[in-house]
Design a protein. Structure first.
Length: 266
């Protein structure tokens, strides 16, 4: 889950390669830390490499789905793929989605109450129902596609959704203070160059997917962007800023929208 200052701040110099390493360690449960230990300051910039982590999580999920479809039924292959990604990420974004739905569902229009609910480690009724409906929609959207197409779509949608969700830290200030943040770490707002890198990481797999499949690119790109915009408006009106839970929720909901659009176009 991601946080940032409302304004860019100077940070100590760190090797450029520390930042992607930090993102892979932060967003996956793979033992990258055994290969390299990035500096603490590099974790301030993990959002800039969020889609790169999506290349791995999406790649593993796509591989499990495609390979499993050769051995099991399409339904079981989709379930195994969903389980694989949850294990790979430690349900990091699913936790954010549950907290987001709990907060916005039970907090009404009271900003402080929403933030308090989102910070509570316990999951409420809204969160449980939200995760159930999300999992059902994800399952049936992927199940509606041929296995090969579903795998390619996952490879594109995972990093693309992380790129889109990452824009929220450029559009909104962080809603909490560093002292009340869950991780006690405040992440910097990406620079212009980092923003370009973020876009390349997210758009490259999506562009390849659209070129390879010939699917109508206007819908695949436009509809998730509209969903992102309305979620941004909701977060702005209720919180006047974002939290890490908001980032996780945006990521999953934008990704889900891509799958639903592709399934509908079929």
């Amino acid at each position: 889950m991601l946080m940032t200052n409302s304004e860019p701040t100077a940070e100590p110099r760190t090797p450029w390669y520390d930042r992607p390493w930090a993102a892979l360690i932060f967003f996956t449960r793979l033992p990258f830390w055994r290969l390299h230990q990035p500096t603490k300051e590099s974790y301030r910039s993990v959002v800039e490499w969020w889609p790169l982590a999506g290349w791995i999580t999406g790649g593993v999920m796509a591989a499990v789905l495609y390979c499993s479809s050769m051995l099991f039924s399409p339904a079981l292959a989709v379930v195994l793929a969903m389980v694989a990604r949850v294990l790979l990420t430690g349900a990091l974004h699913e936790d954010g989605l549950a907290d987001f739905i709990d907060g916005f569902g039970g907090g009404g229009s009271d900003r402080e109450r929403i933030l308090a609910i989102m910070k509570d480690s316990r999951i409420g009724t809204y969160g449980v129902l939200g995760l159930v409906f999300y999992a059902l929609l994800l399952f049936f959207a992927l199940y509606a596609m041929p296995a090969q197409l579903a795998a390619l779509c996952i490879l594109a949608a995972d990093p693309f959704s992380k790129m889109v969700a990452g824009q929220v830290i450029m559009m909104l200030p962080y809603a909490r203070t560093e002292e009340t943040a869950k991780s006690k770490t405040v992440y910097r707002r990406p620079s212009m160059l980092a923003g370009v890198g973020l876009a390349v990481q997210g758009l490259l797999p999506m562009g390849f997917f659209l070129w390879l499949t010939g699917i109508n690119w206007e819908y695949v790109l436009f509809v998730p962007a509209v969903v992102m915009y309305f979620l941004y408006l909701l977060i702005w009106r209720r919180l006047r800023g974002y939290t890490g839970d908001c980032c996780g929720a945006l990521c999953l909901l934008v990704e889900l929208t891509v799958y639903l659009v592709v399934a509908a176009l079929l």
